[in-house]
Design a protein around this ligand. Sequence first.
Ligand code: FAD
Length: 598
Amino acid sequence: RNTGERHSYDVVVVGAGGAGLRAAIAAHDAGARTAIVCKSLLGKAHTVMAEGGIAAAMGNAWPEDNWKVHFRDTMRGGKMLNHWRMAQLHAQEAPDRVLELEEWGALFDRTQDGLISQRDFGGHRYARLAHVGDRTGLEMIRTLQQRAVALGIDVFMECTITEILKDGDRVAGAFGYWRESGRLITFEAPSVVLATGGIGKSFKVTSNSWEYTGDGHALAVRAGASLINMEFVQFHPTGMVWPPSVRGILVTESVRGDGGVLKNSEGRRFMFDYIPDFFKAETADSIEEADRWYTDKKNNRRPPELLPRDEVARAINSEVKAGRGTPHGGIYLDIASRRDPEYIMRRLPSMYHQFKELADVDITREPMEIGPTCHYVMGGVEVDPDTAASIVPGLYAAGEVAGGMHGSNRLGGNSLSDLLVFGRRAGLNAAYYAARTQDAPVTVDDDAVLVAADAALAPFSEEGGENPYTVQKDLQEVMHNLVGIIRTADELEQALGEIEKLAERSRHLTVEGNRQYNPGWHLAIDLQNMLWVSECIAKAALTRTESRGGHTRDDYPMTDQDWGTKNIVLRRRNDSVELAIQPLPQMPAELKALFEEK
Ligand code: FAD
């Protein structure tokens, strides 16, 4: 049987965001024959969408800043569940990675003295985000991509990997298909680096685009690797929920900063009902004071609409669950009745144009329907901090698909630096490992390729099965309603039952048409990954009986010290996953001491 074309490399990098590109450059520089494979066009990855900047303690704005402060901020942000060694390496190496990016041509904004400018961001003690206006991710990708192409690294774009191939316990390569032609493709390689990004598409409302179906997470777990911290998912409070053409797209916090308010279906500014004790002293408790704040920030307290993201997201969720939501399950974000059109167009030009063009919503005339949107997953492949190696020999992971670095909650700006620091480490170590396998080379077994091919093509041989879009929609509803921002044991148990039924339905999918550019077929394959990931999230969320970072349990609303010493780890067991509780790695005394300083 013809199983398509074959290619042989030392290192195959799956994903071409910041982590994948940086890994490929490192592997190439270490002498490995390297390929990059990506599901969409080269240059189209989530990394492009990151605006804020790259967190790195360079000390340009504040000489007091250094890696130790950055390390401490990151650990505190992650509620101490981060792998201390990852947080340490990240803080120590981020400044070098930024300087290196500059050497390769990135044009950062500058201070008056000509140094790289650094901006403030939530959770960071000092201004430390190196940035390029509000398009830092784009500049990062442009720079890395140009370098990768200049180095002559082979790129396979619009090519989706569906399985990791093994030779015994070791990685032997990867299998996939070309999206355009539907032809199959096999890569033989002793090292594979996963850099596939996030999982947002398992949820109904998400800021993630179509590619983010948790492929790398699922590939890893199916290949025998472990996943960690999967219960921690970050939700941004204001994503559009309606109309469908913009569902999930982020509405910047500045809309609220410039006067936009949140209202329920009764027209009430409900955020006044959700001011936690912790923030009472600094939050306005009347509409009059909140409104005065916009023009006189010194003598008035901030409006409750500007509470931290997780507080706002939880409040919106409670209103919707109490039946006071909009017709499409959101809340109104209203700036139209509060500011005149000229002001809105001057202050929020890209928001105005984005919604006018994509959805014909005129934000100067009508309120937006918004709600929490699934934005980022802290959980991912459990890796060795120094080498980015998973427990499967030859399998590496970096970027959003890797777990441990951010603990239970990621600080803004720490993602872009994470990609550079651990992308490089993954690429280097994948190359070293590949060199070491030369004495005992791996081989791809033809039967394994046939099994992967059969699995990929299965939806074409099923007749009278379900449409993959229906199953995906049902899964997204389950994850949104039962595994979303606020969780309870009852709902999580119900979700696991539903996921099992959906998995059964997904074994009988039928796709229309042929193999050439067939999105229905692509989704049928992606759906399997979404189901693996959803099961991992729901199982871990049910087990962690506390609230911490990106995991809130209505039935366990407090943070529990005991859980603060434990990780939840998931591994494959036949067609399902099993879960183990693992102690956190012990932080050395000299790092612990940093938390005692002021
Ligand atoms: P990505 O950049 O997501 O790239 C993943 C790559 O993997 C893509 O090339 C994709 O095609 C490929 N891929 C996936 N599956 C497969 C497969 N099966 N086969 C082949 N290829 C595959 N972070 C910040 O720090 N600051 C911000 O301001 C910020 N803003 C954000 C705004 C938005 C709207 C979003 C969605 C995210 C934002 N983030 C931000 C998060 C950050 O952008 C991402 O976490 C980060 O860019 C992930 O990088 P990555 O290299 O891991 O993966």
